[in-house]
Structures are given as C-alpha cells and as structure tokens.
Design a protein around this ligand. Sequence first.
Ligand SMILES: C[S@@+](CC[C@H](N)C(=O)[O-])C[C@H]1O[C@@H](n2cnc3c(N)ncnc32)[C@H](O)[C@@H]1O
Length: 283
Amino acid sequence: MTKPETPARARPERAPAPAGAGAEPAGSPGGAPQELRRRYTAADLAVFTREEASRFVPQGDGDPRGDAALAWELLYRLEPELYDRLASAERLHPGVVSWLPRHVDQIAEVGAGTGRLTMELIGRGRRIVAAEPALPLRRILRRKLAAADHGDRVQVIDGFFDQLPLPGDFADLVVACSAFTPSPAHGGEDGLAEMERVCRPGGCVAIIWPNHLDWLATRGYRYVSFPGPMSVEFASVDEAVELAGIFYPQAAAEVQRRGSRKVPFEVIGINPPRDLAFKVLAG
Ligand SMILES: C[S@@+](CC[C@H](N)C(=O)[O-])C[C@H]1O[C@@H](n2cnc3c(N)ncnc32)[C@H](O)[C@@H]1O
C-alpha cells in the first residue's frame, strides 16, 4: 500500500533490499482501489463498535470512498469472506515464516485477521494468543482453527495495537502481519510501544510485510527480505479475474488475458509479502 495510514500493501518508503517490495495492510498500490472504496458509504460506518470508531473515525465521521484505510476496515466487517479470499491468495514467502523463532513459550500476534500468519505460527509456540479487533474476522479465524483441529492451540481475543489485554513481558515473539502502520489507528507510536511492552526482555517484535521502513528503522528495527519469484495464487482463474477486478483493477485486464490462477506480483504491481522488520529487545 502506498498510503501511510493503510496497513500492509504499500511500497516501502525506500528500497532496502534487491527485489524490493514491502506492504501496506495487506496489498494494492495507493491503498484501497476505487473499486473497493466504491463498495461502501458513510452509512456503513455504523458497523464500528465504539472502540473501533474512536480509532478509525475519531472525529465521528468519515468517507470510505475517499479514505482507503476506512474502506479496508469496512471490508473486514461487512465482507469478511471476500477479504479472506484475497488474503488466502496472497501467501507469505516461506522464508518469512521460517525466519521466525520456533520452539518458544508464548507468542502474541496482533491484527491476526483470518489467520494468514496465525496458522503458520502453530507449532512454534506452546501458547499462541491472536488479537484481532474485527469480530467477523475473529469468527473466520476460530472456524479455521477448529477445522484444522487447532482450536485449543490458539486463543483468539479482541484487542488493538495500542491496547492489548495482555500482561507485560508476556511473549517471546510479538508479531503483526500486514497490519501495523505508523498511523495511530493502525499502531503508531503507542501501538509499537504496546507490542514492546508485551514482549519479554530478549524476545523479538516482528512486523511482517512492513511499510514505512525508515519509520521503523529509526525506532531500532532491522530489515530482512527473502528473494525469489512470488505470485498471488488464487483458487481458480475465475477467482483471479473476480478479485483482480476489485483489488487490483490496474492489472485486471492483464490477469484476464493471462488466464492463469497464478499471477506474478510484478504483474499486479504490489510488493510481495517477502519481508519483515524486527527488533530483539534488550535482555
Ligand atoms: C490486512 S489485514 C491483515 C490480517 C492478517 N494479519 C493477515 O496477514 O492476513 C489488517 C488487520 O489489521 C487489523 N487491525 C486494524 N487496525 C488495528 C488496530 N488498531 N489494532 C489491531 N489490529 C488492527 C484489521 O482488523 C485486520 O485484521
């Protein structure tokens, strides 16, 4: 994403690694494309809880047609299955998952969504807590965990970056994927401080598919990127065409012309989820 306030789908503000990308929450250049923003109106903002509204529409009003971050938040609440289809297609680079610490005691994930990362964390920690503010996404994540027989391995809770209902020094790994931005609504200074509060000394805070690399670097975060070709892997050609029309309109004609369910990220024009920024807290 290119807008600062839109989580992981932006180009990083600098290209730190050879095959550079990075991400706003989850993927398209310029935040939410017009096709996504057009799906919602100001009347839809009523779906927000009081806690959500205080972060996403602090002035009490907003226009999802002109505010990419708001359009994404409405997508999560009004069409969560549509979002899940997109996130399922934009798979993480296996190097990112392998890089994360394994055999740790406790892991906290923030902005877990429908579990793109959460499902990969199973087996890495004795106990995993996945915080996600959007109730419809929590429901999908719980359903997926139950279907995979992992309902008892992961505790799915409500929570925001800047207010995590977890004790200090709780986790060995505190991680967010395609969710954190410097904007106060999606993390910001308070959110980063809260992630670090929940991380134990010697533990690791990791921001996967980061945007705003300079912002993170000035706060002591180092950058890792994993090379190799990456494609968005849709379930079918029909799904590729449908979802490209909504989320990657700039590439929709090319996706249709190719007629493949796999579409290279270069064709779509967004940074692949191949990177992360991390900080190991002083022990
Ligand atoms: C693009 S989705 C990514 C979800 C998931 N981590 C993934 O990779 O598929 C961004 C997520 O951040 C969550 N989010 C937005 N604002 C948040 C906040 N202030 N605190 C915690 N999570 C937030 C959204 O509800 C959504 O689940």
